[in-house]
Write a protein that binds this ligand. Structure first.
Ligand code: HMG
Ligand code: MG
Length: 286
């Protein structure tokens, strides 16, 4: 089992998307540029989604134009449909390495609330995006949300998560990030969910995406590590929140994840001092 843990920084997207105040493009770019010098290889920087639904991500095109890309870093954006793909194609800068992330939910309630359609319809919409990305040589990632609990439907069956993973892998091979969207998962429920998912996908293609609403994210990462996962998503400074739990913590903080995995003897290639500086910058943006 590898002793390298890959961190996918999602603060500039999953963190900032929850902030209601205006954050200037220059501030977002400064944060991304600092993160790009930390040793991180994957930074999620925006979304090509409806500006009516997620106003904070409406400037993703300007963010892509403004950032200074660093060799070896892949810049990820969320793309739910072909309209979003067209936006990405218009905005991408030649020579920069990008990853396109598609996303579905394991629960119907969250699918309706997040994407305004059923799970099946969301797959129909993302399939041409996946084909276009593969054809253009752009990296791919898939998210499954609500892997233990849904804010609308309650507890989510592990089999439903495994089913969602199978659906995405049938579209194309990709890294799959398993999202505890509302931070309600516990080592028990995460363990049961992973037991089911590992029946249909190897640990090497899975990432854990834990929101820290319930304060269980680090424990859930430890459980995932024990079950073979070696990739985790986190947000610098614990940016973000949960629209369903006002005042709740956001994604698990990148610094805290680094402290945990380094203390367990894993390598990440990431400079904790740069992440600490970026966390300070991120906190100043809230
Ligand atoms: P819809 O209203 O069903 O879409 O929204 P539509 O196809 O009916 O179009 C309605 C309008 O939106 C039209 O504009 C479209 O052009 C426009 P109008 O003609 O009315 O002016 N539109 C778009 N505009 C820009 N970019 C697009 C786009 N598509 C349509 N791509 C839609 C469907 C998916 C657009 C909408 O539901 C949406 O944007 N949802 C936001 C989803 C989102 O970003 N959620 C947050 C990220 S996911 C997440 O945080 C979870 C994750 O972190 C993992 C975890 O924690 O679990 C990844
Ligand atoms: Mg998330």
């Amino acid at each position: 089992m590898s002793d390298f843990v890959r961190i996918h920084e999602v603060g500039p997207r999953d963190g900032l998307q929850n902030e209601s105040g205006v954050i200037p493009v220059a501030d977002k770019v400064a944060l991304i540029d600092l993160l790009s010098t930390s040793g991180l290889r994957d930074i999620e920087v925006g979304s090509f989604v409806s500006p009516k639904w997620v106003p904070q991500m409406a400037d993703t095109e300007q963010v892509l134009a403004g950032l200074t890309s660093v060799e070896g870093v892949s810049y990820a954006v969320l793309v739910p449909n072909m309209r979003g793909w067209d936006g990405f194609v218009a905005a991408r800068v030649p020579g920069v390495t990008y990853e396109v992330a598609v996303f579905i939910s394991a629960s119907e309630g969250f699918s309706q609330s997040n994407l305004n359609c059923s799970i099946a319809e969301s797959v129909t919409r993302l399939t041409p995006v996946v084909r276009a990305a593969a054809g253009a040589g752009v990296g791919l990632r898939g998210y499954v949300s609500c892997v233990t609990d849904c804010p609308f439907d309650g507890p989510v069956a592990p089999e439903a998560v495994a089913g969602a993973v199978e659906i995405l892998l049938a579209v194309a091979p990709m890294q799959l990030s398993l999202g505890d969207t509302i931070g309600k998962g516990t080592p028990d429920t995460v363990g049961q969910m992973l037991d089911a998912v590992l029946q249909v996908a190897p640990a090497q293609v899975l990432a854990g995406h834990f929101h820290d609403t319930g304060g269980q994210a680090l424990a859930n990462i430890e459980t995932s590590l024990e079950m073979g996962l070696r990739a985790f998503d986190s947000a610098v400074g614990g940016l973000g929140g949960c629209p369903y739990a006002p005042g709740a913590p956001g994604n698990v903080a990148t610094g805290a994840v680094l402290d945990l995995v380094h203390s367990l003897g894993f390598e990440t290639g990431i400079d904790v001092d740069v992440i600490a500086k970026a966390a300070e910058m991120a906190r100043g943006m809230r």
